[in-house]
Design a protein around this ligand. Structure first.
Ligand SMILES: [Zn+2]
Length: 198
């Protein structure tokens, strides 16, 4: 019976991204050997992440508050916005340490094959945001280097054209098909610096 329960836990861990059977087993045995208080801490932490983390009202980044720490930071450059697919892309760009502007997270990318269209990502919200912030002068489109990211960038370039802002796209040196979060820091920094107007 006990082994069956352990198997169940291994199954659950195996569903995590990047976790194979061996690692899942290691996690399960780790849990088995933890003290009760540590287990409770882990459970609470998972529950709190689920209950308290939400999207920033301004940029859709993840935050425990109404407004995320980047939107609250008065030292960031208000004239430049980096448009990304997911909050984890923001973490990747922040790690380069070379970007001091603000962000807007689309919460997805266009993918007609999966039935994800314009209404499923935050394009309308982006346009409203841009219209209410006339200080913004440049938009960097930093969607992934895959088909969905490219389709989203093309679409954005079209809808952003009438706004007469400088619109650039990162990409130089990025491996084709690359997911932004998995690109190493130097390559991403070069891609940001080498952005080109579209
Ligand atoms: Zn924010």
């Amino acid at each position: 019976m006990k082994v069956e329960l352990l198997n169940q836990l291994v199954e659950e861990f195996s569903k995590f991204p990047g976790v194979g059977r061996k690692t899942a087993e290691r996690f399960a045995f780790h849990i088995l050997n933890l003290e009760s208080s540590k287990i409770q801490g882990l459970i609470n932490s998972i529950q709190e992440v689920r209950d308290k983390i939400k999207h920033c009202k301004i940029c859709n980044n993840l935050t425990e508050y109404e407004i995320c720490n980047i939107c609250q930071d008065s030292h960031r450059d208000n004239t430049i916005i980096c448009i990304i697919e997911e909050p984890k892309d923001l973490i990747a760009i922040e790690k380069t340490g070379c970007y001091r502007g603000r962000y807007f997270v689309l919460l997805g990318a266009l993918s007609p094959l999966d039935g994800i269209g314009i209404k499923d990502i935050k394009v309308k919200e982006l346009l409203i945001h841009l219209k209410s912030h006339p200080e913004i002068k440049e938009l960097i489109i930093a969607t992934d280097a895959d088909a969905e990211g490219a389709a989203t960038a093309h679409y954005l370039a079209d809808v952003l054209k009438p706004l007469e802002m400088k619109v650039t796209r990162i990409g130089l040196g990025l491996p084709v098909g690359a997911d932004l979060e998995f690109i190493d820091r130097n390559t991403l920094e070069e891609a940001l610096k080498g952005r080109r107007e579209i």
